[in-house]
Design a protein around this ligand. Structure first.
Ligand SMILES: O=P(O)(O)OC[C@H]1O[C@H](OP(=O)(O)OP(=O)(O)O)[C@H](O)[C@@H]1O
Length: 632
């Protein structure tokens, strides 16, 4: 699908298990859930800044009363925008009806957004139209309470076309080819089917039509609906849904590619894309928050009964390492340590590159995400200096003067804030069309701390397209006239497209791929491109499971160092005078630093699902044919 929308997003789900009055008594407001949802979404703004959506359900309303509310926005600051709308409406109702103030029943009956079940979504819509219709949650409405489905996901399916065809085959007529609609219709189809069957069953048991409704809610087997729906999904996902009568679920993909965490006590059940969000918003400890196991769903029935159910057989765990390197917030206790370790593990190569000349080297980072790996890097420089100092002191055999020892001890790593980021925005998750302009203006540089004899070592978390470096950072660093610039990447080289939710879709956008192409040209090996193209074309009709990633054959012609050196050339335009070198993390060290998140397909080409090989195959064909479409 060339115009597909991607969902590298954040989800938040809250189920209030007590009556709303309980929260009013204990926390001072029946809008407790809405307030908590605001915080949960705000704490996940790193996962999406293009759009935000909120939906809520009131339980046990009388027929004729509205029980589903939704608000979505693509305003400049969408999270603030939706909560401004929500608060405005709530305040209006409370002002116009002072009698609501202390009456939770009246509030629930008359004010929208208040409810026991709440779903929030922040969206990073990296391509396609960023219109409000594309913002989650999506609604599938029906006059039967149980058949209402509200869906929000952090996901990307590699086989959405096939899933769409499946719906058409069973006689459906989806209104759009968008992946969320396809997934929603798929779940909706099995939901309708289950509701119809339960209804029939209850009628056979002798219940009248009216009596059936609450019994359907009781008996509806959400796990079974999800099993039937998700059977053919190929992708990475954390899919959250609410059913009109009050059941809810979050389902995670069988490889654990996309993250999902939950917490539960006697007052709430809460699910989010990141652990620290739950810790901060609900003031709970690291160990209180659990990771949702891959292939499992957390299901909360309207009754409040909550269970973790296996929906799909878990596959080998391949949780996305890019979540750890860049995408998730670094405030997670584990992620923080992992990022520091990524910085540490790079240091031996960095020290070698500066010839161990720490006196004439300044260390810095590209804000914001790389700051944590920078701390790790500095700890290793300190260790290195301590060894050097100990050696110098020991060599003095106790005969050194106090002045000399002080002088030896005085050397410390030279760390400076060189790059400054002027706005609190993530450029990587900014829409393609405005990104180049943004990266060129978002950074500034500190003058006056670099000497012409200095090496300038600067760490970034990832180099994807190389735009941040080429359009901004390298030019700025060059203006400081260091002896040498060493750009260090805490991620390995990004060589292959992602197809599970991180926006790296086109091969030719990736700087590592372009470097490899240059090397093929320089080494008279460009004919291999055609050979690989033919191999790729020959697999188009194959079953996904039989498709191989032949692009690997191209990279294997060169060492990682050769590709790094070429990347260093490509990120400099002709105006750059300083010598530039790049150092990337190795795959082995990535795995050492992030042992639980071994998903590394963008670095290695080893895709965890069969659909991944089809995507890279298609991406290469698209590149060769000059087709700018995305490969899924
Ligand atoms: O090579 P590129 O394609 O240019 O992309 C990589 C850059 O994008 C990210 O920055 P971003 O501004 O999104 O986030 P940050 O402030 O959290 O580091 C990342 O930290 C890199 O600096």
């Amino acid at each position: 699908m060339s115009d597909a929308l991607k969902h590298e997003c954040g989800i938040a789900l809250i189920r209030l298990l007590k009556p709303l009055d309980y929260y009013k008594q204990k926390y001072g407001s029946a809008f407790y859930g809405v307030n908590k949802m605001y915080l949960m979404m705000e704490k996940q703004h790193n996962r999406g800044q293009d759009g935000a959506g909120f939906a809520s359900i009131k339980l046990d309303t009388a027929p004729g009363e509205r029980y589903i509310s939704r608000v979505r926005s693509i305003a400049q600051q969408p999270i603030q925008d939706i909560f401004a709308q929500i608060n405005e409406r709530i305040n209006k109702e409370l002002t116009e009806h002072p009698e609501y103030a202390d009456d939770v029943d009246l509030q629930k009956k008359n004010i929208p957004y208040i409810g026991e079940l709440l779903l929030g979504h922040v969206r990073y819509g990296t391509f396609g139209k960023n219109s409000v219709e594309n913002v989650h949650p999506f609604l599938r409405q029906n006059n039967w309470m149980h058949r209402n489905l509200i869906l929000a996901g952090n996901f990307n399916m590699t086989n959405v076309n096939k899933l769409f065809e499946g719906l058409v085959k069973i006689g459906q007529h989806p209104k759009e080819k968008a992946d969320t609609v396809t997934i929603m219709e798929k779940i909706g189809h099995f939901l309708d089917d289950a509701v119809a069957k339960k209804y029939k069953q209850l009628k056979n048991e002798g219940y009248n039509k009216n009596e059936c409704s609450p019994l359907i809610a009781d008996r509806l087997n959400v796990a079974k609906i999800l099993k039937r729906s998700a059977k053919d999904w190929d992708g990475g996902y954390a899919m959250a849904g609410l059913l009109g009568h009050g059941d809810s679920f979050v389902l995670r993909d069988p490889s654990g590619i996309r993250p999902a965490y939950y917490y539960q006590d006697d007052e709430i059940v809460v699910v989010a894309s990141e652990r620290p969000v739950i810790q901060t918003v609900f003031n709970v400890e690291f160990d209180d928050v659990q990771e949702l196991p891959p292939g499992h769903a957390i299901i909360t029935k309207k009754s409040g009964e909550t269970s973790i159910k296996k929906i799909l057989e878990p596959l080998e765990r391949k949780a996305c390492s890019f979540e750890r390197i860049y995408f998730s917030r670094g405030s997670d206790a584990e992620i923080y340590q992992e990022r520091k370790k990524l910085g540490k593990l790079l240091m031996p190569k960095v020290l070698e590159a500066i010839d161990y000349d720490t006196k004439n080297s300044v260390f810095s980072y590209i804000p914001n995400t790389a700051e944590t790996s920078f701390f790790g890097m500095i700890e290793t420089v300190e260790d290195h200096l301590n060894k050097k100092k100990t050696k110098a002191i020991l060599e003095g055999n106790g005969g050194l003067s106090a002045e000399k020892v002080t002088q030896i001890l005085s050397e410390r790593p030279r760390i400076e804030k060189i790059a400054i980021k002027d706005v609190k925005l993530r450029t990587f998750i900014t829409e393609d069309s405005s990104r180049d302009d943004l990266v060129a203006h978002v950074y500034d540089v500190t003058y006056g701390v670099i000497k012409p004899t200095d090496n300038l070592v600067i760490i970034d978390d990832s180099i994807v397209r190389g735009t941040t470096l080429k359009k901004s950072i390298i030019k700025m660093m060059d203006r400081l006239h260091p002896k040498k610039i060493i750009v260090v990447s805490s991620a390995p080289q990004i060589r292959y497209p992602d197809c599970y939710g991180i926006d790296m879709a086109r091969l030719e956008d990736l700087i590592a791929f372009r470097a490899m192409l240059e090397l093929l040209k320089e080494n008279d090996k460009y004919h291999l491109i055609e050979e690989v193209y033919h191999k790729c074309v020959a697999q188009v009709e194959l079953d996904d499971k039989d498709v191989r990633n032949f692009v690997k054959e191209l990279y294997s012609q060169f060492t990682a160092e050769q590709i790094s050196d070429k990347i260093a050339e490509l990120i400099c335009d002709s105006s750059v005078k300083t010598e530039v070198k790049t150092i990337f993390q190795t795959i082995e060290n990535l795995h050492l630093a992030c042992p639980k998140n071994l998903g590394d397909w963008y670095f290695t080409g080893n895709y965890p699902t069969a659909g991944g090989n089809r995507v890279v195959n298609k991406a290469f064909i698209n590149f060769y044919e000059g087709n700018s479409a995305r490969a899924y």
